[in-house]
Write a protein that binds this ligand. Structure first.
Ligand code: ZN
Length: 401
């Protein structure tokens, strides 16, 4: 048994009371990966970690990432800061398509090593579970390869990965001018192959002008559902073309981005189980000013999560502590709202809230021991993540001996 003693404050969403709680001066017992007791310190256990009166929170559940790529796009970053927009760079042959070559040409071991290294960083920043999308292969074999890489890491790395098939990330060059032809390939060949492979849990679509229109997005998500892939959608990022309406129609588990969401679409989310995943890192990284209307969403009863959107182009940010800081500064969230959105609501956006996302008896022991005294210090420290240890499924990241 692992015993965490001398916890100064345990801050977590609590599903029994549906509130964010802070418990002072307590301890946690962990057996067989599971939290078995939360109480006062008793100093019993085969292994004891002294938390020295510091803060403990759940591990982060980052429900929106794109980590399966080889090359970075720092050259584009330079172009952007000298005045070109993301859309202009994309139209001139940069953007997502510049990553396709890298993934297609990389062998599986190379790709695995690169993505595995990224997962080490995520875990050290307190992210214990991650949703990870494909979408830089865009042919059947490269997409299946990307999913095998994610599955391999899930099985051999402490971090838990929930894979999403995102063949509909962009139109690859060979289908230039024939988006419908690519949609046919996705629906007739890729989705059946992905389903047969059995790794992906979700199917996502980039529903956006210049990528996949509403009809195409609808066709892809409805085909995916026939193959038991749960739909999620990139919606209302640069323009509103009806993605959120589609999300509520297909009961997508999440509608993500939402900077351009309309009032009518907010009503649709209020009356659905679809979670709004907000990605303030992207607005920040692109130097834009329009963030998703988080306060309006929350005040009208929409369940929101926050995530990193880690990707090589529009948001090269892995740190959930930083995303929490951005959410407080730019989305107007309280620290409790931001922490709930980064843990519990992230788990809800993966349909895993019964198992992870909060520290409660009976749930998996995924948690962070901070070198901080209280949650207010997480956004206050913004760019640093003062973490002493991360416990994933009862296993400390930094070993005790
Ligand atoms: Zn994304």
């Amino acid at each position: 048994m692992l015993h965490l003693k001398n916890i100064g404050i345990l801050s977590t969403y609590n599903s029994a009371t549906d509130s964010f709680n802070s418990l002072k001066n307590c301890s946690i017992d962990i057996e067989d990966k599971i939290v078995t007791n939360i109480g006062s310190s008793n100093n019993n256990g085969d292994f004891i970690i002294d938390c020295n009166q510091k803060l403990v929170t759940p591990g982060f559940v980052d429900a929106h990432t794109h980590p399966v790529f080889t090359n970075g796009r720092e050259k584009e970053f330079t172009q952007r800061v000298s005045g070109k927009s993301y859309e202009e760079i994309s139209l001139s042959g940069g953007g997502i398509n510049s990553n396709i070559k890298g993934v297609r040409e990389s062998n599986e071991t190379e790709l695995l090593d690169i993505v595995m290294g990224r997962m080490d960083e995520f875990l050290s920043l307190g992210t214990t579970t991650i949703e990870a999308k494909t979408g830089y292969g865009l042919d059947t074999e490269s997409e299946l390869k990307s999913l095998r890489v994610l599955d391999n890491i899930h099985n051999n790395h402490q971090i838990d990965i929930f894979p999403t098939f995102l063949g509909a990330h962009s139109i690859p060059d060979e289908f230039n001018g024939d988006a419908d032809g690519y949609v046919d390939l996705i629906c007739n060949e890729m989705i059946p192959a992905v389903s047969k492979q059995g790794i992906a849990k979700f199917c996502d679509v980039f529903c956006e002008v210049g990528y996949f229109d509403l009809l195409q997005s609808s066709k892809i998500l409805k085909t995916a559902m026939k193959y038991n892939l749960t739909p999620r959608i990139h919606s209302d990022e640069f323009s509103n073309i009806g993605g959120t309406k589609l999300a509520s129609e297909v009961q997508a588990v999440s509608a993500d981005h939402l900077m351009e969401i309309s009032d009518n679409d907010i009503d649709l989310l209020t009356n659905s189980d679809t979670i709004a995943i907000l990605l303030p890192g992207t607005t920040f990284f692109l130097g834009k000013e329009k963030y998703a209307p988080a306060r309006k969403l929350i005040d009208r009863g929409v369940h929101i999560a926050i995530a990193s959107d880690f990707n090589p182009g529009s948001c090269h940010i892995k740190s959930m502590p930083f995303i929490i800081g951005l959410s407080c500064i730019y989305l107007g969230l309280s620290i409790e709202e931001a922490l709930k959105a980064a843990t519990w609501s992230g788990a809800c956006a993966l349909n895993e809230q019964d198992r992870i996302g909060s520290i409660e008896v009976g749930k998996q022991a995924d948690l962070i021991i901070w070198d901080l005294d209280k949650i207010e210090q997480i956004p206050y420290n913004l760019t640093s993540a003062p973490i002493k240890n991360v416990i994933k499924a009862g296993e400390p990241l930094i070993s005790l001996d």
